[in-house]
Design a binder for this molecule. Structure first.
Ligand code: FAD
Length: 384
């Protein structure tokens, strides 16, 4: 494997999850050639093959909403541009509040979303009945519904991205771990895979929970920590839940697939924890949250339960851009909504790398925001 690796590439991308592949795809579309993607694990082995697959345009802050409005627009064109059906279905995304405080946040967020052109509204009681007939109405305080949100199965998306790379000579290697980075005082110059050195004009790190380790290989720091979250799938049942769902107070999200399985997760309270081992109490908590909101799910059994790892920044917002202390080392990191966000991140980072243009939608997520402008405050995410 190491022997057949090239000695140089214009762009080396570290990590072949959805972030790495989206950046490779967008770089290629924007005219970049000689792109090499290296991943330590197996195809879809990271969070990109373990997530809930939920996608939505609207949050409570301008920064998040502008980024995710772009991402949904990009999702809408991916099947055509990739030449592969990635099965993105815009069945809507409902954010459900059970408490006064979260209802107020949803109402504030609605103003932000509508000012940015998001098709969202608070549902009336009758609309809740029509759209979510199986919901436990006694628990629901308010529902914010985003018409253009939805889901895209990760296997179809990842397969589509990889097929595009293969057709276009974007070199993607799995089971190839970056073990070192070389640098001068001001910029990175090469990646090391064991003894093998690959010179690069530009290096983009999308290594999920290992992003801080990649930064450390170059002798710089990166904000954030690794964390584990868990998800589960219930056996197929009749259609009960049409839109994708976020329960903002219970920190849960799920949807019902076209096969009828209910898939999603809740946050794992303790962190940081870098393990792929699942916990029985977490599964029990997830089951309780689902049942409280959709009691009819009590009829079905749990099919699977799994864990995945993320790199979370200290404000849970992505970290997008060049490292402030090291030229030519770029990051797409800090992602908790990194499946949904990958199309926008790929587009904006590819533009920044090829044209030197930092889009205003990427600017707020710069790596040095904590020292410069402060953390991004976003109340609409399903993370504590
Ligand atoms: C249970 C769960 C549910 C989720 N639900 C959603 C959801 O509904 N919607 C949403 O938007 N997001 C969701 N997410 C988050 C989303 O999955 C991630 O934010 C996203 O997949 C991150 O993509 P990535 O490419 O950065 O990371 P990953 O897919 O983790 O890829 C990182 C890759 O880097 C590689 N790597 C690490 N170190 C090295 C190294 N030294 N050298 C080479 N390669 C290396 C790894 O092998 C890995 O393949 C969920 C995550 C989990 C775990």
């Amino acid at each position: 494997m190491t022997k057949s690796l090239p000695k140089r590439a214009a762009v080396v991308i570290i990590g072949g999850g959805i972030q790495g592949l989206s950046i490779a795809f967008n770089l290629f579309e924007q005219g970049q050639r000689d792109i090499l993607v290296l991943d330590a694990g197996y195809f879809q082995g990271g969070a990109s093959g373990r997530n809930g697959t939920l996608i939505r345009p609207g949050f409570a802050s301008v920064a998040w909403t502008e980024l995710f409005v772009l991402t949904v627009r990009e999702w809408e064109s991916w099947s055509k541009r990739l030449g592969e059906n990635i099965m993105f279905t815009q069945r809507g995304y409902s954010v459900i509040s059970e408490q006064e405080k979260s209802e107020a946040m949803l109402l504030e967020g609605l103003k932000v979303q509508q000012s940015l052109g998001v098709r969202s509204r608070m549902l009336t009681r009758r609309e809740i009945d029509d759209l979510l007939p199986a919901i436990n109405k006694s628990r629901v305080r308010a529902v914010q519904h985003q018409t253009d949100g939805g889901v895209a199965p990760h296997h179809a998306v990842m397969k589509g991205l990889l097929a595009f790379c293969h057709r276009n000579q974007v070199d993607v290697r799995y089971r190839t771990r970056i073990t070192g980075l070389e640098r001068t005082t001001s910029r990175v110059t090469a990646v090391l895979v064991g003894e093998h050195r690959i010179e690069a004009d530009c290096i983009v790190a999308c290594a999920g929970p290992n992003n801080p380790d990649i930064a450390a290989l170059a002798g710089v720091a990166l904000n954030g920590f690794g964390m584990r979250i868990e998800a589960m799938a219930l056996e197929p049942t009749r259609p009960l839940i049409k839109p994708a769902i976020a329960l903002i107070d219970s920190l849960a999200y799920f949807h019902q697939t076209s096969r009828g399985e209910v898939v999603g997760g809740t946050e794992v309270p303790e962190r940081p924890r870098m393990s792929l081992k699942v916990d029985l109490p977490v599964m029990a908590n997830m089951a309780k949250v689902y049942l409280d909101m959709f009691p009819q799910l009590g009829e079905v059994r749990i099919l699977r339960h799994w864990a995945g790892q993320l790199h979370a920044s200290s404000d849970f917002a992505p970290l997008l851009g060049e490292h402030p202390q090291l030229k030519d080392l770029w990051f797409s990191a800090g992602w908790s909504y990194g499946f949904a966000g990958a199309p926008a991140a790929g587009k904006l980072l590819a533009e920044a790398i090829t044209k030197g243009r930092i889009d205003h939608r990427m600017q707020p997520f710069s790596l040095d925001r904590f020292e410069k402008t402060g953390p991004i405050v976003e109340g609409g995410i399903v993370l504590a």
